[in-house]
Design a protein around this ligand. Structure first.
Ligand code: BTN
Length: 242
């Protein structure tokens, strides 16, 4: 498998898109020490300081229809949670769909982008951002109150190369499992890390906010919630929760 390492780049997502367009194979990895234009979901900025975190993108060419792509985001979240749990003994939570939370603060995020044609996935790029060795001083001011790093939670420095290796090994193992057994195994694992399952949550969609009970995720990876007003079950594919 090809791993492309850049000391500095705009965004590994950007490089991965270019490579995928040029035909890069399934499993190609792009990783950077620093990103000058790291991007997060919803067009947000992703702070990616030099040598303090994992900034990488994985190119996949799965034989799945586009509507199943969210499953791979959830799969990746379980991979990160498993590695964090193993390396720190701290139980992380996954906030739907893909934030890794420790002590109510965000440590890691995933950005999945897809290129599809006629109900056929051309490629999927899974971007992984993980705050590793930042301390309160180096964590960007804008995210101080909401974000954390592995070091801040576990009180020690981590070897980034070693963590990347563990993540890639675990990713490969979990991906194989997913191909053999399908999404149910991933769903069970995801729910074991699920943040606020069974609790009342605030749902923010494009033009409104409402409260509901978080029931779990469905077989596609959508969010299952019970509306507090009429008791009806609803399924959401795109929203933010709080
Ligand atoms: C989010 O939680 O909003 C997703 C953050 C994803 C950040 C990663 S860092 C590597 C890859 N390159 C980017 O520009 N973004 C993703």
């Amino acid at each position: 498998k090809t791993i492309i390492h850049k000391p500095e780049t705009t965004s590994t997502q950007h490089i991965a898109h270019q490579l995928a367009q040029e035909g890069a194979s399934h499993g190609t990895i792009v990783i950077a020490d620093e990103q000058t234009k790291g991007k997060g979901r919803m067009n947000r900025k992703w702070h990616s300081s030099k040598n303090e975190g994992i900034w990488m993108s994985i190119i996949l060419r799965p034989a799945i229809p586009p509507h199943k792509a969210p499953q791979l985001t959830l799969l990746t979240a379980t991979v990160l949670a498993d590695v964090i749990m193993k390396e720190t003994n701290i139980k992380p939570y996954i906030k739907w769909p893909n934030d890794i939370i420790i002590h109510n603060k965000k440590m890691s995020g995933i950005l999945t982008e897809m290129q599809a044609e006629q109900d056929q996935v051309q490629y999927i790029i899974i971007g992984i951002g993980m705050n590793v060795n930042q301390d309160i001083k180096s964590l960007h001011k804008e995210i101080h109150t909401k974000a954390t790093s592995l070091k801040m939670e576990a009180d020690k420095e981590f070897d980034i190369r070693y963590l990347v290796q563990k993540i890639l090994q675990q990713f490969e193992k979990t991906y194989e499992l997913y191909l053999q057994k399908g999404f149910p195994v991933i769903k069970t694992k995801w729910e074991s890390y699920g943040f606020r399952i069974g609790e009342k949550i605030l749902i923010k969609t494009m033009n409104h906010e409402w409260k509901a009970t978080f029931s779990g995720i469905d077989h596609d990876g959508g969010l299952l919630v019970r509306n507090l007003d009429d008791g009806k079950m609803e399924k959401l594919y795109s929203a933010e929760i709080d």
